[in-house]
Design a protein around this ligand. Structure first.
Ligand code: SF4
Length: 389
């Protein structure tokens, strides 16, 4: 594996100067500036803390998968929440003065340094002692009773330990009314994944990408939603992986990305997607069926695997044979590149294959995952067997 591969570079302009793209190093400087009065503390959080940004599981600036720095702008943006100083609580004595502030301006006021209370009819909050605050909460909780108590937690900015303690407290109080924003975000995709794959979460890890020959993204903007994925994709490409993207929108971040923790990519950028399949909105189901139809027609299927591991495949094959290309196109099938050009990429002796159904709010994607045909189940099982080979 050579260190430099100019054919994969996004361009020769260092750091993509002048292009519309994330500016990671500017972000790092901005974070340093924002935290300038608490730099040792900020460094200690980054270097020794766990990340409260997402669930990838980092310890300090390392993860358990790859060597090198693990850090993304999500974590940098959250850093200020941990280092900000106490707000001037006099600002809370009359809330009418804060009405014109937006969310960011309100957050920038600072941290709440002690418990405060506002009674109905009062213009603002007044300081109370911790004992008073705890007594008040306890008295209200007792009066409401377990059936009328619920815990709701945000999905970002707190760590796994906070979730753990919250559910312990909820049980201690006798309620099982515990919910969080992550559950609400992912409820549609978990239902669809369960129906299609039998599991409520992804069946592979990012690590599986490194060593895959083919990675297919449907409806995903992975570099934007989770920037660290690009580092895994970079190393996957170094090992020869091809990346295909099926999306109604040509995501710029999947086209090319400047990965700050990889020197070559930080300077010259990396072309990520090898091919885009530009479908119409809602056309992903038709697209997948078109891929299967082409594979059936052109003999790109692993018949031995189908024989060993699938049920009802003949039914699927009959459906794909019966449906015409015109009919598929009528179901808002692809524009531009057609699905017929995907099968040569996935047919034949491909030893490893990762199929990424990104959990997103994109309803058509969720529909695709919940499609009653055995397509997804077949793709997932096929992927699992190929990966294990
Ligand atoms: S991807 Fe970003 S937010 Fe998620 S664990 Fe890593 S540094 Fe934290």
């Amino acid at each position: 594996m050579s260190w430099l591969n100019p054919r994969q570079w996004a361009g020769w302009m260092p750091h993509g100067l002048g292009q519309v793209k994330p500016h990671h190093f500017v972000d790092i400087l901005a974070t340093t500036w924002q935290n300038r009065f608490e730099l040792p503390f900020a460094w200690r959080i980054l270097n020794h803390g766990v990340c409260d940004g997402c669930a990838l599981g980092t310890s300090g600036m390392k993860d358990w998968t790859m060597d090198g720095v693990h850090l993304c702008t999500v974590r940098l943006h959250l850093l200020r929440l941990n280092t900000m100083s106490a707000l001037d609580t006099r600002r809370l004595s009359d809330l009418s003065t804060l009405r014109g502030l937006n969310g960011k301006e309100l957050r920038d006021l600072g941290r709440l340094p002690f418990p405060m209370r506002r009674r109905r009819g009062e213009p603002g909050f007044q300081r109370i002692s911790w004992d008073e605050a705890l007594d008040l909460v306890a008295e209200r909780a007792r009066r409401a009773g377990p059936r009328r108590i619920a815990f709701y937690l945000t999905s970002r900015g707190i760590t796994n330990e906070v979730y753990y303690v919250a559910q312990k407290v909820a049980r201690f109080l006798g309620t099982n009314n515990v919910d969080n924003s992550a559950r609400i975000c992912h409820a549609p995709s978990t239902v669809a994944l369960k129906a299609a794959l039998g599991a409520t979460a992804s069946t592979c890890s990012y690590k599986d990408w490194i060593g895959s020959d083919l990675i297919v993204f449907f409806g995903s903007d992975a570099p934007n939603n989770q920037p660290v994925t690009t580092k895994y994709l970079y190393y996957a490409k170094k090992r020869g992986a091809k990346i295909l993207v099926v999306n109604p929108f040509r995501e710029p971040g999947l086209d090319r990305y400047w990965i700050p923790s990889v020197l070559e990519s930080a300077v010259f950028g990396t072309k990520l997607a090898d091919a885009f399949f530009h479908i119409h909105t809602g056309g992903d189901r038709a697209f997948i069926n078109g891929v299967l139809k082409a594979l059936c027609q052109e003999g790109g299927l692993d018949e031995a695997f189908i024989e060993r591991h699938t049920t009802g495949f003949e039914n699927l094959r009959d459906q794909m044979t019966a449906v015409s290309w015109e009919e598929l196109k009528g179901r808002r099938e692809p524009r531009g590149r057609t699905c017929g050009s995907l099968p040569p990429s996935i047919a034949g002796p491909i030893p490893r294959f990762s199929c990424g159904a990104w959990a997103s709010h994109n309803t058509p994607s969720v529909w695709t995952m919940s499609t009653p045909s055995s397509t997804w189940r077949w793709l997932a099982a096929w992927s699992a067997e190929r990966s294990a080979a």
